[in-house]
Write a protein that binds this ligand. Structure first.
Ligand code: S5P
Length: 260
């Protein structure tokens, strides 16, 4: 497949107006990593240990705080200080999917107070633009950013190419708040959108519950995504730290190869 020369993260930082996207493109360049760790563990101690040990390797720590069995607000304070120590952003993978008024409360209130500590959250576009307006009311004053789920990695998902295009159109209405997409591939020629791709392992394959994996080379190289999101590929390895280094290297090499 013919690949077009890609625009560097640094150049794209200069081309975008979204504050979080600028921050992230610059972070990718400075730290030379496009690896996001999907820290899908179920205790605070395990999450904090991962964040501290693997923090130097990653640009983003992706959390699912609602799978923790022992969540307290102390956890999020410690995560924020680890994010400062190791220079990564925190992305709570909340996948909001309700009407604007409800997601506003889910984002700001409840047990987790997500807006107080997560730099980035994501939402399905399914409910329509009101979901983005609702989240933006809470997130924008705190300089947070939103990713829309344009595509999913799971087999049999109901997303069509029309849905993807309509998701893009919706994002275009909120350039200050929406920084990009969870997607399997680049979906727009505009260089300011940032793409994060889950369903990544060093070899292609699937799990028993519909998850489908592509390699870092395919996600970043062929599919022109920006950041690989890796969970079990790292978490289930004997030595997660050295495994994270392998993913980091694979992701970065795929990016650099596209610049030539
Ligand atoms: O389409 C998607 C979107 C997301 S955010 N497919 C996904 O797998 N995810 C998330 O990425 C999922 O919730 C999980 O936290 C992570 C993938 O984990 P892994 O263990 O399969 O790498």
């Amino acid at each position: 497949m013919k690949m077009l020369k890609r625009i560097s993260y640094a150049e794209r930082a200069a081309l975008c107006t979204n504050r979080i996207a600028q921050r992230l493109f610059s972070l990718l360049t400075e730290k030379e990593t496009n690896l996001a760790l999907s820290a899908d563990v179920t205790t605070c101690a395990a999450l904090l240990e991962l964040a501290d040990k693997l923090g130097p390797e990653i640009c983003i720590l992706k959390t699912h705080v609602d799978i923790l069995t022992d969540f307290t607000s102390e956890l999020t304070k410690q995560l924020v200080s680890l994010a400062e120590k190791h220079h990564f952003l925190i992305f709570e993978d909340r996948k909001f999917a309700d009407i604007g008024n409800t997601v506003k409360h889910q984002y700001q209130q409840g047990v987790y107070h997500i807006a107080d500590w997560a730099d980035i959250v994501n939402a399905h576009s399914l409910p329509g633009p009101g979901i983005i307006s609702g989240l933006a009311e809470v997130g924008l004053p705190k300089q947070r950013g939103l990713l829309l789920l344009a595509e999913m990695s799971s087999a049999g998902n109901l997303i069509t190419s029309d849905y993807v295009q309509k998701t893009l159109r919706m994002a275009e209405q909120f350039p200050e708040f929406v920084l990009g997409f969870i997607a399997q591939k680049k979906i727009s020629a505009d260089p300011w959108w940032l793409y994060m791709t889950p369903g990544v392992q060093l070899t292609e394959g699937k799990d028993t519950l519909g998850q489908q994996y592509v390699t870092p080379a395919k996600a970043i190289g062929e599919n022109q995504s920006d950041i690989i999101i890796v969970g079990r590929g790292i978490l289930q390895a004997k030595d997660p730290q050295s495994e994270a280094q392998k993913y980091r290297q694979a992701g970065w090499e795929a990016y650099c190869a596209g610049l030539k």
